[in-house]
Design a protein around this ligand. Sequence first.
Ligand SMILES: Nc1ncnc2c1ncn2[C@@H]1O[C@H](COP(=O)(O)OP(=O)(O)O)[C@@H](O)[C@H]1O
Ligand SMILES: [Mg+2]
Length: 956
Amino acid sequence: MRLEVGPFVERHGQFAAIDAAIENSRAREGQLLIFEGALGLGKTALLNEAKKRALTAGFTLLHARGSEFEAGFPYGVVRQLFEPWLATADEAERKAVLSGPAKLAAPLFEYGTGGVVTGAGPEQRQAVLHGLYWMCVHLARRAPLLLLLDDLHWADVSSLQFLTYMEGRLDGHAILMCAATESVDDGQRADINQALLSSASARLVAVGPLSEDGVRAFAAGALPGVRLDETLVRVCYAATGGNPFFLRELLAEVREEELGDPLSLARVGPRNIARVVLRRLQQLPQPLAEHTTRLARALAVLDAPGEPALGHAAHAAHAAHVAGLDAVEAAEAVSTLMDLGIVHPLPPLRFAQPVVRTAIYEHLPLPSRHRAHARAAKALHAAGATGAQVVPLLVPLPPSGDEWTATVLADAGREALEAGDPAAAARLLRRALDEPAPAALLPALLARLGAAELRLRDPEATARLGEALELTEDPLDRAAIVIDMSTALTAAARYEDALALLQQAHAAVRGRSREVELRLHSEIVKVAQLTPRTRPLAARELSRLDRTVVGEQGATAALVGAQQAFEALIGGERAPDVLRTAEAALLHGPLTAPPDGGAQASWLIALVLACCDRLPEADRLLDEALRDAEEQSMLLATADLRALHAWLRFQRGMLAEAETDGSLALGSTEEAGTPPTGMPFAAGALIDSLVAQGQIRTAARVVDRCGLDSDISRQPTFLPLVMARGRLRIAQGDAEAGVRDLLGSAEALTEWGTDCPALSPTATAAATLARMGRTREARPLAEETLATARRFGTPRTVAGALVATGLAEEGRARLRHLEEAVALLEDSPAALERCLALTEYGAALRRADRAEQARPLLRRAGEIADATGAAALAKRIRGELAAMGVRARVPARTGVSGLTPRERSVSALAAEGKRNQEIARMLFVTVKTVEWHLGQAYRKLGIASRGELRDALARV
Ligand SMILES: Nc1ncnc2c1ncn2[C@@H]1O[C@H](COP(=O)(O)OP(=O)(O)O)[C@@H](O)[C@H]1O
Ligand SMILES: [Mg+2]
């Protein structure tokens, strides 16, 4: 499709020059006006404008245009100028114009008489030129004369001599010569061009590209009725450099394609641009035509955005190499391409307008494109480019069994995997496999592809890793594959298979690498801990390890230490003992997550610390681990850590933070395809925080999204989610079903072999049963829970059990239990539990007609509920207060409680040290929105900087 051309844009200076020249010529001060500029900048368009204005002013028009076909045909342009006039003029006019000295030019137009002056010597040529001059003078006597000469760079030499001859003799005549030329310097015409361009009566007018504003105006004219997107304007300007011809072609595509995203326009390369530019190159004399074409095509393949991979000089050398030119040929070609405005005048070597690159690239015939790709890749690689720099050239090639290609792709795949981009890794590795890869490469290739697929939750992973194992002999190589395989099997609940493989691999590496041995060992423990049947194995293995890793430094030793602490927790040890194990684990050195996304020491230790009432410490540890994992783009570790972070935030009563973290973690665990350690924690924290904030329906949707079925709901790893569903059901009013979930989970935990009260939901189950009036069931459950909690020995677990027991009791016994619970939680960072204990105690006191005592307790509970945003509890507290005739206080609008959920999410992430841009990306909002919310939060918190956020937010 062709666009109608909109109004002329940004050519006021050129128009003024045209008008001045017309005026002067009419006043017998003949002029030569030359528009100079590269292909497509609008020279012809300006000549047309000059013609229009001159005709209006009464000029006679003679018109000619240089073309590559006539460049070797003497006087070609001159004939084009005069012949149409001579053919249409009547006999008398012809005679008059060709009279006197003009006769000297007559032989030029008398074909029949053999008067063609081709082989003429210098004197005869001088005579013809003089004759032509007089023809013009005669014509100009009748009316002012306009000689219009387009594409002067193609004019034949003798016609150019005519121009030079005329140029010196214009004064005193009403003659305007108006020409257009590119500033290309290609040999014999250079001198004449030079003479013309530097003469006195000649005025040289440069025609440059449009500015960005010009591009906007052009686009507005070309796309009437389309609302102009600023991005579109920017992309068009960048792609075309403001060249109106390129712009016109690009915008024609917009109209044709109904482009959705303006940015995609940067990848459009209109066929017309390729055609016109390449034809322009073909018009050059040989061998320059051939060389420039080859160089332009090579450059189209090599010229990726940004700085070249290997420095400017190397880049130019590669272009020459890919084009198959020697250094001198390449240099000539480049300088011609620069003259033509196709190649940028400054290094690095690249196209002046990106759209030209795209157009030439897009319309390269496929075989040459592939040849160029392969040559370019090899040359770059030989010169030391990295895999990442070479690979984009290789991926589009059809497989050809090339060993080198397979190797480079496989290496790049490994790098992508290590950089935490399993999707890219899988793409590269599959492509390497398709090449096909040589046999020697196959085992490692399959292993990595399997690892990538595992991270993408591709069910192919197990089979792929199996193939890799079959081909791999070396025990250390096998160990790495087995660890991935074990993760895949575990995700499919094939625990026993995983353990068998791990134990085999473990036996095979003994004595070869302590680190790998420990790593496999920790993996055995991790898998064995997952099911009731195999848990004793985990305990056995750990106690065996206990003797060996003491005093050992290193990440894996720390991981084993963390597993020991976790085993102590779930194995029923008392909290102080558990804490001692956890502290011992920290002595093995820094806790770093293994790059393959296996079990993480910090994750386990943070969970253990939190269960032992060390909430702020656990939080700090997780913060640090999370930052490390994010910095190293370890997707799996990040997702798992953030999930636990969410859970921890909920424990601390930081509801908005828990909600933000929970939904971020849920999204990324789904995306990263983690085996289900993180997901249930993320979903559980999200559901719990929504329920506490009174957003029951949203919470229910999260449960639906997790697709919890009876199959998996008894697996230990899923229990955090099942318990959260139970609490949601209770909040929904279906206490029966809620208690079923909680007691089912409790049973599953027992079956698993743990009665750790910090993990168990029996206190909530007992309290709910008591509220339902089923005290006969509630009481023994509560008492048993209390006994276990006292043995474990943390204030939180004991207080939770005391609340349940209190609710299951009557009268003074109830008050006594609740009072103790409140006292135990006095300074606890577990804000919600403190609030609940206060509420229950206050409510019980009120029922015992001790309103005086109840009131301050309920007021404090109310403050905590408001501050944390626990809407459900806040409502209940207001009800209790109202029953005593206390009017509900309006919740504060400043301080943490005054923050909206959005403000809290944003400030929580900012307090973590995230930059606004990162926060915007994580929450799917704009940076402006983030700034706005942060500003609001600062104001409400009464702080002035990011540095103060952390403390301000912790003030609950
Ligand atoms: N200043 C301008 N404003 C709007 N359109 C322009 C302008 N200059 C050129 N064009 C359009 O751009 C296209 C290329 O111009 P053209 O005169 O053929 O370039 P050149 O002769 O320099 O190769 C034409 O469609 C022309 O109408
Ligand atoms: Mg033109």
